[in-house]
Design a protein around this ligand. Structure first.
Ligand SMILES: *Cc1c(COP(=O)(O)O)cnc(C)c1O
Length: 426
């Protein structure tokens, strides 16, 4: 990370913004306002802001629909039957994959189920799944229902990696040790890339390598990692992954998810899958014949036809990522999150009342800090809301702050520190 000595003054924050090569991207987004003033938006980990270009992208398809009706499927720059294709180049870049390995489709929880149909293949003693304790609830329900579907009890079949006593995050060595000690009974390792609650970035490379060395399938939920952390899924040897596009990818509420399936499965006829017409060989799709023949690569997992309007908004955002560059975003992100950490430390004298549970090493986290506030946490949080800070509260007592490099500024962090100071004195 760049070696910069921080200082908590408006002048310093201003200078950092001036020197930020990505400073113009903030103007490419709508920043929500309250009381006639822009809020301090630290909630890009929950819903990314709207790029100003979205409505142009959308109106092209709305106009095409108005003017051409059903012919839009086969006409225009991008016929709707190919609507998902333009997103592949940028998704491949963000995920560290080839275009064959990625596709945008469905929503995240649905995709995780579809992928587990193919990649959770319990056999004899090897039927267990290793995951992190405290995973996002949807992921917990998905694993639970999948193991039940195969006739196992979740208590026995799901192994949860837990932090050591008095620690908040997992140590990589402990995860790897768990994999080794359960190598004979694990069918699948299913982890998040960045943990939604603690903000911990897991060492996906090390986890995948250990999984592969022990002949175990490995998948990741990248909801909080995509658009936040540069990824190298192909080289890490990850078998499959899925993510959503409405958090750091700024594609709009509930918008399309994406999947990664490693190239080694691109022609695999043996894997079971829940098929639909859009995953069928596209040369023959409209013959409407019996007998499913899957497309190569990730497209072979498609079920339904493409969500054209959703993909238009998705593309608007991906084009901004292509311009900004994920490596540049990561560089700024490490600075901005470290500045927030610095600002919190400078402001808080009593570290007993507020603890940062996110790893303190910038390489072990993305752009989120999770604060554990012991006593009056909810009161502090409510004070921030009154002062137009948008963050989020996660029971029982954690506040998550996500300074997002695409549109947050160093000034946001400085202003937040002043509100933090007042909220604690309140
Ligand atoms: C946001 C998030 C989800 C949400 O799932 P949807 O299917 O998009 O509603 C699931 N899992 C994780 C880890 C998340 O962060």
């Amino acid at each position: 990370m760049d070696n910069i000595e921080f200082s908590l003054t408006p002048e310093f924050a201003h200078k950092m913004d001036q020197d930020d090569p990505l400073r113009d991207f903030r103007n490419k987004f709508y920043i929500p306002e309250k009381n006639g003033k822009q809020v301090i938006y630290f909630c890009g980990n929950s819903l990314g802001l709207q790029p100003r270009s979205v409505s142009d992208y959308l109106s092209k398809d709305l106009e095409k629909w108005a003017k051409k009706g059903v012919d839009g499927h086969f006409e225009g720059d991008v016929p709707w039957i190919d609507a998902r294709k333009p997103s592949k180049a940028q998704l491949a870049n963000l995920l560290g994959a080839s275009e064959l390995e990625v596709v945008a489709m469905n929503s995240l929880s649905v995709n995780l189920h579809l992928l587990m149909v193919s990649f959770y293949r319990p056999k004899g003693k090897k039927y267990k799944i290793l995951t992190e304790a405290g995973a996002f609830p949807s992921d917990q329900y998905i694993l639970e229902s999948q193991v039940k579907y195969h006739g196992f009890s979740p208590d026995k079949a799901i192994i949860e990696a837990k932090p050591r006593p008095n620690e908040h995050v997992l140590r990589t060595e402990d995860i790897l040790e768990l994999i080794r000690s359960h190598k004979d009974d694990l069918a699948l390792i299913m982890f998040s890339g960045v943990q939604y609650y603690t903000g911990q970035l897991f060492d996906m490379n090390a986890i995948s390598k250990e999984a592969k060395a022990n002949n175990i399938i490995v998948g990741f939920d990248l909801a909080h990692a995509v658009g936040n952390i540069p990824l190298q899924l192909h080289d890490w040897g990850v078998d499959f992954a899925t993510w959503c596009s409405y958090k750091y990818l700024n594609s709009g509420p509930g918008n399309v998810s994406g999947i990664f399936v490693h190239q080694k499965y691109s022609n695999d006829n043996q894997l079971p899958r829940f098929a639909g017409w859009w995953g069928h060989n596209e040369e023959e799709r409209f013959k409407m014949e019996k007998g499913f023949k899957h497309m190569q690569g990730a497209d072979g997992w498609l079920v339904s036809n493409d969500n054209v309007l959703g993909l238009a908004a998705h593309q608007a955002s991906l084009d901004l990522f292509a311009k900004a560059g994920i490596e540049n975003l990561r560089r700024k992100s490490q600075l901005l999150t470290s500045y927030l950490e610095f600002a919190i430390r400078e402001t808080i004298s009593d570290t007993n009342s507020l603890e940062i549970i996110t790893p303190l090493k910038p390489t072990d986290r993305g752009c989120q800090l999770s604060l554990l506030i012991q006593n009056k946490g909810k009161r502090v949080f409510d004070f921030w809301i009154e002062k137009d800070v948008v963050a989020d509260w996660r029971n029982p007592n954690v506040i998550r702050l996500a300074p997002t490099p695409m549109y947050n500024s160093f000034q946001d962090v400085y202003e937040f520190s002043q509100i933090l100071k007042n909220s604690l004195n309140d």
